[in-house]
Design a protein around this ligand. Structure first.
Ligand code: IMP
Length: 195
């Protein structure tokens, strides 16, 4: 697997680039910018959720970095958990619903704050929301670091958004391309192929 970082001078835009497998990406959001925005979200949560009985639920794998950085800045007396969304699609009801895996906590009467790395069409978060509602929490809030606003076609309310981004593939800070790139501290955007 090829994964290298090159710096200014390498390309016409003088922007740091990386190559992961067969794809080239350019720097889109620096670690500093991400941290600033994570701080903004944490401050908002700290003031809005003071009186709530909160459980944060990070959606793995992608949200692990966002969750870790955000939760270090949360001063609430809150529970923290993680879950996965299966790539398996149940078809028994004719509906394609992704299943939640590893959620064993009692959510009844609690304020659930779901932590996502990226919301694209909104289908995944709709499935998560539908199933979390079944655990009868008193409230559900959704936080996502990235929202692809142009491709978002859901009615679900996203309460906390770090960055609205164009409908382009991004990698880094938890987000992967074929399983690689999650450990990068910056977020990189896929190069548009010329011609
Ligand atoms: P949605 O169901 O269309 O909102 O898609 C959400 C899921 O698609 C995310 O949880 C990611 O796993 C994946 N995804 C969407 N866009 C990207 C991207 O640009 N990079 C990496 N994963 C993405």
């Amino acid at each position: 697997m090829q994964l290298f970082v090159s710096c200014a001078g390498y390309n016409k835009l003088s922007m740091p680039r990386i190559v992961i497998a067969d794809k080239e990406f350019h720097l889109y959001l620096s670690s500093e910018k991400i941290q600033e925005q994570v701080e903004v979200i944490a401050n908002q949560m700290n003031s809005e959720l003071k009186t709530h009985n909160v459980i944060f639920i990070g959606v793995l794998n992608g949200a692990f970095m966002f969750a870790a950085d955000l939760l270090k800045r949360i001063h609430l007396d809150a529970q923290i958990s993680f879950m996965k969304v299966s790539s398996y699609y149940g078809t028994s009801s004719g509906m394609h619903v992704k299943r939640l895996i590893g959620l064993n906590e009692d959510l009844k009467g609690k304020t659930v704050v779901i932590l996502e790395d990226i919301v694209d069409t909104g289908k995944t978060i709709e499935d998560i929301l539908f199933q979390i509602k079944g655990f009868r929490p008193s409230e559900i809030r959704i936080a996502t670091l990235l929202l692809k606003a142009e491709s978002f076609i859901s009615n679900v309310k996203i309460d906390y958004v770090g960055f609205k981004i164009p409908n382009r593939f991004v990698v880094g800070y938890g987000l992967d391309y074929n399983g690689y790139g999650r450990n990068l501290r910056n977020i990189y955007m896929l190069e548009e192929v010329d011609g």
